[in-house]
Design a protein around this ligand. Structure first.
Ligand code: HEC
Length: 127
């Protein structure tokens, strides 16, 4: 293989790796099931008052600084820096944060699974 051919092969491999990395970023780590409704989730986020502690895009008055900002949450790789941000973990976090991070001040709102899934669908849409 000539030097130039080798360089082209290396470049091609790099482009392939970059393409995979980009497509992962576009979709984010969360696979939202069709049954979960992000619009309902947004209403729930409003009524639970999540915005007193979190900054959340497109939710009126949600500019809290107690917890982490949830801007771009759909791209985030970990929840509470502790567990991978996949669908089941996010729903579990919303239903019972203390079970995952004992002592966290993130409240347990007593959400059922359907409610948590709707809230999670809105959070997953934040990119
Ligand atoms: C009393 C303040 C408070 C309220 C209200 C609150 N949270 Fe939190 N939340 C936190 C804190 C603090 C953390 C960080 C927990 C940790 O890292 O241990 C957190 C973490 C999170 C995370 C993980 C974020 C990350 O970057 O890892 C999500 C998602 C989340 N909250 C969603 C919600 C939703 C949805 C609501 C409303 C149903 C809500 N929170 C209400 C305080 C709050």
């Amino acid at each position: 293989m000539t030097g130039r051919r080798f360089a082209i092969a290396v470049l091609g491999a790099l482009l392939a790796v970059t393409a995979v990395a980009c497509s992962e970023e576009d979709h984010g780590p969360l696979n939202v099931p069709a049954s979960a409704d992000a619009d309902v989730g947004k209403q729930l986020i409003q009524s639970y008052g999540c915005g007193t502690c979190h900054t959340i895009p497109d939710v009126a008055g949600a500019d809290g600084r107690v917890g982490p900002s949830l801007e771009d949450f759909g791209h985030q790789m970990y929840i509470a820096g502790a567990i991978p941000n996949d669908w089941d973990n996010l729903v579990a976090w919303l239903m019972d944060p203390q079970a995952i991070e004992p002592g966290t001040i993130m409240p347990n709102f007593g959400m059922g699974e359907t409610t948590a899934a709707n809230v999670a669908a809105y959070l997953a849409s934040l990119k």
